[in-house]
Design a protein around this ligand. Sequence first.
Ligand SMILES: Nc1ncnc2c1ncn2[C@@H]1O[C@H](COP(=O)(O)OP(=O)(O)OP(=O)(O)O)[C@@H](O)[C@H]1O
Length: 271
Amino acid sequence: MLPQASPAETSSPLAFSVRDAVVEYDRRPVLRGVSLDVRQGEVVAVLGANGSGKSTLLRAMLGLVPLAGGEVSVRGVPLRRFRDWGRIGYVPQRLSAGGGVPSTVREVVTSGRINRLRRFLPPSAADRAAVDDALASVGLGDRAGDSVHELSGGQQQRVLIARALAGGPDVFVMDEPMAGVDAANQQALARTIEGLSNRGATVVLVLHELGPLEPLIRRSVTLDHGVIAHDGAPPRPEGDCARPGHDHVHPHADADRTPAAVPVIEVSRRD
Ligand SMILES: Nc1ncnc2c1ncn2[C@@H]1O[C@H](COP(=O)(O)OP(=O)(O)OP(=O)(O)O)[C@@H](O)[C@H]1O
């Protein structure tokens, strides 16, 4: 049975409000009038075919691409006036920070605390602890000193997730966080995201399939050529996954959701 939205979720304040958003690239509309409310504490999967506009929607929600029409508010504040970016953790699709400049895994993850670091001072013990926790939660505790450019694509993806975790935000916007990540680390990431959700975080994430996050996802939004084709309960598993007694590689809803091995990442509640 699909999990039902709790009453708290339906009445909690808005994390994002998107109204009739239009985004164009070279005058070609890519988002064509998208409206979407995401409440604090919700976990929302954004689904859709390649090129349907999923990344563009996330980027529009964060003001990373200009709107040709419509408006976006973050936590009730119009995007142009929103300043509280320390509360938002963004995981882009690919590592671009650093470019050709050699950066260690620890440096990239520490940059996620940019809003908390004391200016001109080295990271505090609390900063280092947050970075260590974030690295441990993505299984990269032993790679802290390595150059990010030596890592595989999936490992770089986990660095980006750790960077978002390290800042201790309470809203996460993740663009295909599972892409290129192997099955074991997908499971670990799913438990981390579940832990964030259990502590009240809002999570909006692009997925190609629900995979190990399936038990957590109550709502999915499917884009089709830049419009919302579905907003509601996620698609039910089909094919092999629908078979009774099928050989799942992901945890069921009734599985233990808080394995001791998953470090606790603090989600600040500042309401
Ligand atoms: N910076 C850009 N300049 C021009 N066109 C772009 C740009 N970014 C995206 N597009 C185009 O906009 C459309 C939507 O792209 P977007 O990346 O949002 O889709 P997506 O659903 O996230 O796709 P995917 O699943 O492949 O990541 C695509 O046709 C893409 O080629």
